[in-house]
Design a protein around this ligand. Structure first.
Ligand code: NDP
Length: 367
């Protein structure tokens, strides 16, 4: 186990006076942008918004902000929060931000991805900062208002001004994150942690859930009962809630003794497969950390493969079963996949890999 010294910052570490007379520019007024803008304005900072002329712009105006084009906001602001989706950041940066940047500015990212994998290259004359809340936008606002604070990963990637760290901490204070704590983590570490949670943990958890349901259904338990027990009742949510509240080593104390005994005795058995899981996870981690995933995602093939997977995911395996059960139980059907167009025949014909992918899906649909 490697022991890394971790720097954690709290309100006492920040001095807001360094931001006196500075203008904060929010580029993007979505999930994170709106909450962060409102928090900083409540802290007394001057905040303007840069956005295209559409619904988000109207929302910012209704909230009482001055809204400019992105180009104009970049010219006017000292601290630029760059809060638009990661995937289009590079293009918008090249076209609208880079030509308007000047010295003594800072750009603040809420995700390490583009800098970590060299997809976006800011000029050397500005500060480049990371304030990545471990919380969705609504939570960033709620936990500011109820003074609980929230965790963030923060970092100085480029210190052109010589004051980047002081600015970073002052902005963190105004965002409300220092009430709970901001942890120093590089852009690369933030990006890898984020992606690995999605790719190393998410699918492993999903696989265990699927196997559990499959075993029960094959053993003759009604599919409705299985889905209610494992998903629809919301019981499983309480496990994560208890882990968050009491800690991983103590959460089971929230359950009756019989439950505790059952969990502990079987955890020992599951250690037998731990090494196999860890080996797959190590490969996933290496793929992400080496930049392999970012490179893969940039390619045409990944985008087509993504379309294929998204199209088939709700149509195979548990998808149809779940659809029937939800209908029977009068639960609403929300089609999150509606916007995905089926890959064209040309796409499929041109790619052996996609044909293999389809075969995999057929095997998977045996559930
Ligand atoms: P959103 O999808 O909510 O961003 C919407 C904003 O982006 C709107 O203002 C929208 O304006 C603007 N936008 C979208 N497309 C374009 C475009 N082509 N050109 C210019 N502006 C555009 O993003 P999030 O707030 O979810 O994410 C922002 C950052 O925060 C990302 O780096 C993300 O990784 C990070 N983050 C997100 C978290 C989350 O909970 N979602 C948590 C922590 C970090 P319009 O469409 O009007 O142009």
């Amino acid at each position: 186990m490697i022991n890394v010294k971790t720097n954690i910052y709290y309100e006492k570490d920040a001095d807001l006076s360094i931001l006196k007379n500075k203008i904060v520019g929010m580029i993007g007024y979505g999930n994170q942008g709106r909450s962060q803008a409102l928090n900083m304005r409540d802290f007394g900072l001057e905040v303007i918004v840069g956005n295209r002329d559409d619904e988000y712009k109207k929302m910012a105006e209704n909230d009482g902000f001055k809204v400019y084009s992105i180009e104009e906001a970049v010219k006017r602001a000292d601290m630029l929060f760059y809060l638009i989706p990661d995937e289009i950041m590079n293009e918008v940066f090249e076209q609208k931000i880079l030509p308007n940047l000047h010295e003594d500015q800072s750009i603040i990212f809420a995700s390490g991805y583009n800098i970590a994998f060299d997809l976006l290259k800011p000029p050397e004359f500005i500060d480049v900062l990371l304030i990545a809340p471990r919380m969705i936008g609504i939570g960033v606002r709620e936990r500011f208002l109820n003074k609980k604070g929230y965790f963030s990963f923060i970092y100085v990637h480029q210190n052109a001004s010589g004051k980047a760290k002081q600015n970073l901490l002052a902005l963190c204070k105004a965002l409300g994150t220092l009430k709970l704590g901001a942890i120093e983590v590089s852009f690369k570490q933030e990006a890898v942690l984020d992606l690995f949670t999605e790719q190393g943990y998410g699918p492993a958890f999903g696989r265990v859930l699927l196997e559990t349901m499959t075993i029960l259904i094959k053993a003759g338990y009604p599919v409705e009962a299985v889905l209610i027990e494992l998903i629809l009742s919301g019981q499983l949510k309480s496990i994560y809630k208890n882990i968050t509240e009491y800690g991983l080593s103590k959460y089971i104390q929230a359950y009756p003794k019989r439950t505790q005994y059952g969990i502990l005795r079987n955890e020992i058995d599951y250690k037998k497969v731990a090494e196999k899981i860890a080996n797959i996870q190590k490969e996933v981690l290496e793929h992400i950390a080496s930049g392999g995933f970012a490179e893969e995602w940039e390619k045409w093939f990944s985008k087509v493969k993504f379309k294929v997977i998204k199209f088939f995911a709700p149509r195979v395996g548990f998808g149809p079963k779940e659809k029937k059960v939800r209908k029977k139980l009068s639960l609403p059907e929300v089609d999150l996949f509606a916007e995905v167009a089926y890959p064209t025949e040309e796409d499929i014909k041109n790619s052996e890999k996609i044909q293999e992918e389809l075969k995999d899906f057929e095997a998977y649909s045996e559930y």
